[in-house]
Write a protein that binds this ligand. Structure first.
Ligand code: SF4
Length: 364
């Protein structure tokens, strides 16, 4: 069976074997971030609605659970936008627990709705909440996150603190840095104070790992990332410095994740750099997931239409051998169905070409 709203499971450095649920179905968000990997937000809103109704989503999850006896390490709620915009959030979390008892529920959120008591109450039943906050400098916040209406960084920070006060689960804060946008000393100083007050269980400082919405978006360099990680993780430690380092999560490869956060979000837990989305993820079917052919070509084009990726990222997302995918990519490029990215971030840090199917077929 092909699923529309259940994705993975995929290996996540933070969440282990993570099975994703898409609570939006489309690009619906309260932000339109410069670095969003799934493209520009189609519906910019703070209105909550059952964008994907709980019964539809939980019906798929129950079907998945019946077909797959193995259980993931986490059920991760996200989507091509902000999952707290789904007004069925609390029902969905409760349904996850009923269908997969014992599997922790994680929620990726841009935290813009946490100043609302109803959203905080809905989210309180999760086990892990991963809020993001990229800048506490209001001008940087507006520039990088391009929020809906008059949302301010100050309000988002206040919402996270209010939520944390009554939340008994774990909070893993994420900060995404863009070179020349929010990697300023002023922002680091403000976020350090904020992290000291929040005392999250973990802080992940990430950067762009795929082309974002804005062609000018550039990843922060290694030295900057290292300095920010050191500063923010030190601030997160309670007095006495006995806080545990970020937990090492199991992965599909059998290796423990490194204690240090990765240089960018994985496809499984991309945080708000595109949420936990269908875009790069394999649709789990009962069919084979290796080899080449028409199905593979369709999967590659569909995946690249939604999000630019390297061949290596495609291999991870589609759970197929990299060599076979490389051959398929070359065939599709010769046929004009996909093309290399030519604007903005054109290569990964390791020099791999980013491919896209956007506009390749229409020639626009
Ligand atoms: S990166 Fe996340 S918060 Fe930002 S526009 Fe994309 S889905 Fe929304």
């Amino acid at each position: 069976m092909t699923y529309a709203y259940v994705f993975g499971p995929v290996a996540s450095s933070r969440l282990g074997r993570s099975l994703g649920l898409d609570l939006l179905g489309r690009r619906i968000c309260s932000m339109d971030c410069l670095y969003c990997e799934v493209g520009s937000t189609d519906t910019l809103t703070t209105e909550r609605a059952p964008w994907v109704p709980a019964d539809v989503l939980l019906g798929e999850l129950a079907q998945w659970a019946a077909e797959h006896p193995e259980r993931p390490d986490h059920l991760t709620l996200g989507g091509s936008g902000e999952p707290c915009l789904n007004s069925d959030l609390a029902t969905i979390i409760a349904g996850c627990r009923r269908i997969m008892p014992g599997v922790p529920v994680a929620v990726l959120t841009n935290a813009t709705l946490l100043d609302r008591a109803d959203v905080r109450a809905d989210l309180a039943s999760a086990d892990v909440v991963l809020p993001s906050l990229d800048s506490l400098v209001e001008s940087e916040f507006r520039r990088i996150n391009r929020t809906c209406g008059g949302i301010t960084a100050h309000a988002v920070a206040g919402g996270i603190l209010d939520f944390a006060r009554d939340f008994s689960g774990r909070i893993w804060l994420e900060v995404l840095l863009l070179q020349g946008v929010n990697d300023t000393p002023e922002n680091l100083a403000l976020l350090t104070d904020f992290v000291r007050e929040l005392a999250p269980d973990r802080v992940d400082v990430t950067t762009l790992s795929r082309p974002g919405t804005w062609p000018g978006a550039r990843p922060a360099d290694r030295e900057t990332l290292a300095a920010w990680r050191t500063a923010l993780n030190a601030a997160a430690r309670p007095a006495g410095g006995h806080a545990a380092p970020a937990a090492a999560a199991p992965s599909l490869t059998g290796r423990a994740a490194p204690d240090a956060p990765s240089t960018g979000p994985s496809s499984a837990d991309a945080g708000h750099a595109g949420g936990l989305t269908p875009d790069g993820m394999p649709r789990i079917t009962n069919g084979a997931t290796t080899g080449t052919g028409p199905d593979v070509a369709t999967d590659v084009v569909e995946s690249l239409r939604r999000r630019p990726q390297t061949v290596g990222q495609l291999a991870q997302a589609l759970a197929r051998p990299e060599d076979a995918l490389r051959a398929e990519v070359e065939t599709l490029a010769r046929a004009g169905r996909i093309r290399p990215v030519t604007d903005g971030l054109t290569h990964s840090a390791s020099g791999e070409v980013f491919w896209t199917a956007r506009h390749a077929e229409t020639g626009e």
